[in-house]
Write a protein that binds this ligand. Structure first.
Ligand code: PAF
Length: 271
């Protein structure tokens, strides 16, 4: 496994002409990330993983400073998972002139950036898109794999990047159903148990056992509710007669730890 930090070296490596699948990460790797790498391998000759904690997707009051940085363990996990190359750029090379994303391009689609997670984290998707586009520009992958846990992120990346095939990978869950996330490290054992209720409640909605409003009330027993919505999975807008897939999407806080989860299912199966 090669490790490259330098952008021109990265570009040179890329010139070899193989089909590249790319998995962008912020490190703090867990089984969920490793499942993205497995999927990437099936779609290309070589797999490139980046590790870069992207400052532009954190607001000032968020956890950029304390976000888990576990480079040594990450590199071991990547070696075991037979990653071909790890790209570990520094912030000055990613943002040489401190450029921020020009949001004018998205005026028409502002709604998509500022709904759901974007309501409480208005900076977030602009920051994600900025770094993903920059990484694509450096790595020129054929394919990139993103987790479906961040469903709105996946949706925005599919819509606002071009030239790279975007693949969404299924959510990987802990034994109790909690969606795997680097931020799960912030939870103690009791909190972890409570956190697993999020998925259980979403499941009850999917199975027609809980109406949306009752589910919101149920979530509020355990969490500070950010949102719980039932939307068209293809547009992230209201369900209509043309909806084929439904997305149940939620974000909650448990003692300041933000948890997100979703279930996507066919409208035909909705009772
Ligand atoms: O999902 C993540 O880990 C990040 O948002 C990403 C896509 C690596 C961009 O920093």
């Amino acid at each position: 496994m090669e490790i490259i930090s330098n952008i021109s070296e990265m570009k040179q490596w890329r010139d070899k002409g193989e089909r590249i699948a790319f998995v962008p990460t912020m490190g703090g790797l867990h089984q969920g990330h490793l499942s993205l790498i497995d999927l990437a391998k099936k779609n290309a000759d070589k797999v490139v993983v980046s590790i870069f904690v992207n400052p532009t997707q954190f607001a000032e009051h968020e956890d950029f400073g304390t976000y888990p940085r576990t480079m040594d363990a990450d590199l071991v996990a990547l070696e075991v998972s037979q990653t071909d190359l790890v790209f570990t750029p520094n912030v000055y090379d990613i943002y040489p002139d401190n450029a921020v994303l020009n949001q004018d391009e998205f005026t028409q689609d502002k709604g998509l950036f500022e709904t759901l997670c974007g309501k409480t984290r208005p900076h977030f998707f602009y920051g994600v898109l900025q770094v993903v586009r920059r990484l694509f520009e450096i790595i020129h992958p054929d394919v990139a794999v993103f987790g479906q846990k961040d469903y709105q992120q996946l949706h925005i990346i599919k819509h606002f990047t071009s030239g790279v095939k975007i693949i969404g990978a299924p959510i990987v869950r802990e034994h109790d159903g909690l969606a795997m996330s680097t931020r799960n490290q912030y939870l103690n054992a009791d909190e972890h148990k409570i956190a697993s209720k999020l998925h259980k409640i979403l499941k009850q909605i999917e199975q027609g056992e809980l109406e949306l409003q009752s589910a919101r009330e149920r979530l509020q027993r355990y969490f500070e509710l950010d949102y719980l919505e039932l939307l068209d999975a293809n547009t992230l807008k209201k369900i209509t007669d043309n909806t084929s897939k439904i997305a149940i999407l939620s974000a909650v806080y448990l003692n300041k730890v933000r948890l997100i989860d979703n279930i996507i299912f066919s409208k035909d199966n909705y009772v």
